[in-house]
Write a protein that binds this ligand. Structure first.
Ligand code: R5P
Length: 324
């Protein structure tokens, strides 16, 4: 006999980094798969050790890591876990990063700067990741940084569905906090039944990260419920200034919607005092109690991630999740 044939079975295995295991557990519940047990600890000098407690040989491995603070630790842990999966003969490794780290460094603004978003993709690939799944990239072109299939998921149906229902009786306007996110605002406007859009003309000082110099509203916001949309809220500076600006321009009330709640200090205080009646985020990143505030609503991204993982595992269609 010149060959031996066997029929193989695919097995989906779920893995979680230590950054936000609750999200992986929630995804697992939707998939009816428990997260694979592992030992993970830090050496005295900060080096990370991870070992899976079950065989992963031949598995279709999905590794979920929400890279919050300390972001560099969680990136390194992700790389180490991918390496462990690769060396333990996982058949396919998909890294699920609900929040893509370093996404804001996607181009050189001036000479002698890194393109760190590209570096992250290169590191993932070098470690052994074959596929990447992520939610609302800061810019779409980051998909091309990773040399392999990228499942780019969108939180807008989740956020927009919630807001569209809750504020259905209001005269809405969708506001982009900067000119770069106008296309996103257009998509929101479509979902919200053709609401008008506006944007904040924002001037930044390129030598000072997280600092906005000046704001001006372009578009009609007077007497409207303004939905300010962004991909992420970090220190809250951009959003707090945008809320203030649209209220000064006569907005009736302001709702903020963003996918990633990075919420570095003093974001919670800023958002709480911003004048927004509601701030709606997803849980792509953990939002600890110390970063929560009265107007905050957090919608779970877990069902969407679970559905996408299921489609990838079954060789189905991730795109179909976003049809209509
Ligand atoms: C900028 O391009 C991003 O979309 C966010 O608006 C920005 O990163 C938010 O940062 P912060 O909350 O610190 O103003």
């Amino acid at each position: 006999m010149s060959s031996l044939s066997i029929t193989t079975r695919k097995s989906l295995m779920l893995f979680s980094g230590r950054a936000y295991p609750e999200l992986a557990d929630e995804v697992g519940k939707y998939l009816d798969v428990t997260v694979t047990p592992q030992s993970a600890y830090d050496f005295a000098n900060g080096e990370i050790f991870v070992r899976f407690e079950e065989s992963v040989r031949g598995s279709d491995a999905f590794l979920i890591q929400s890279c919050g603070v300390p972001i560099n630790t969680w990136v390194m842990e992700t790389l180490i876990m991918i390496d462990a999966l690769k060396r333990a003969s996982a058949k396919r490794i998909t890294v699920v990063l609900p929040f893509y780290p370093y996404a804001r460094q996607d181009k050189k603004h001036r000479g002698r700067e890194p393109i760190s978003a590209r570096l992250i993709s290169d590191l993932l690939k070098t470690a052994g990741a074959q596929r990447l799944m992520t939610v609302d990239l800061h810019t779409d072109q980051i998909q091309g940084f990773f040399d392999g299939p990228v499942d780019h998921l969108f939180a807008q149906p989740l956020l927009g569905g919630y807001i569209g229902k809750k504020y259905s009786g209001d005269d809405l306007a969708v506001v982009s906090p900067d000119s770069g996110r106008v296309r996103t605002a257009e998509r929101w406007a479509d979902r919200l039944g053709g609401a008008p859009i506006a944007f904040i003309h924002k001037t930044r000082d390129p030598s000072r990260p997280n600092q906005v110099v000046a704001n001006r509203v372009v578009g009609e916001v007077k007497d409207r419920t303004c939905i300010i949309v962004d991909d992420m809220i970090d220190t809250g500076g951009t959003i707090a200034k945008a809320v203030k600006q649209v209220l000064e321009d006569g907005a009736k009330k302001v709702v903020v919607a963003a996918t990633h709640g990075v919420l570095s200090d003093p974001a919670a205080e800023r958002l709480a005092a911003s004048g927004a009646c509601e701030v709606v985020l997803t849980n792509t990143l953990a939002i600890p109690p110390s970063h929560q505030f009265e107007q905050l609503t957090v919608l779970s991204i877990a069902p969407l991630i679970a559905k996408a993982i299921h489609e990838v595992f079954e060789d189905g269609s991730v795109t179909s999740l976003f049809d209509n």
